[in-house]
Design a protein around this ligand. Structure first.
Ligand SMILES: [Zn+2]
Length: 154
């Protein structure tokens, strides 16, 4: 095969519809459970919100997956709606001001911290499933070795 034929074959193979499908809901569920969206065996985070460079089990590169501020916005949206609806529903229960001051800030912090990692994991799983590679311009960690660019063509 000539060099131009190789490039044409690689270009044809790299079309998005030729790539294996990645199930978004399953990938999001795996990410929310702190598992690799590809194999569900390795951990997704090595610190509270720091994504591992690569899966320790299957080697899938995850370093380029970024969720930016979306998890924080989603957690604030959910926490705000839950806490405010609980405050309004508890309005007439006779609690003192001190009881309100003890419960609602603690619930807000607990919900925010408890939801942040699963929400970020779900977003990283969605990005992985959609081959968004963290909004970057580089190639995704593709599933097939033939999809890796040849060193002469970089
Ligand atoms: Zn993995």
């Amino acid at each position: 095969m000539t060099d131009s034929t190789d490039r044409q074959a690689l270009r044809t193979w790299r079309r998005e519809e030729d790539l294996p499908k990645r199930p978004a809901p399953l990938s999001m569920l795996r990410g929310a459970r702190n598992r690799c969206p590809h194999c569900a065996q390795g951990r997704l985070f090595h610190r509270f919100l720091k994504v591992v460079p690569a899966c320790e089990s299957c080697g899938e590169e995850l370093h380029h997956q970024r969720a930016d501020d979306l998890p924080a916005y989603l957690v604030m949206f959910v926490t705000g709606h839950v806490v405010l609806s609980l405050i309004w529903s508890a309005d007439g229960n006779g609690w003192s001001a001190m009881q309100h001051l003890m419960v609602w800030p603690a619930l807000t912090v607990a919900l925010s911290l408890g939801l942040l990692q699963p929400v970020k994991g779900a977003i990283v799983g969605l990005q992985w499933a959609l081959r968004m590679h963290g909004f970057g311009k580089g190639p995704d960690g593709d599933d097939h070795p033939a999809l890796k660019p040849h060193p002469d063509h970089q």
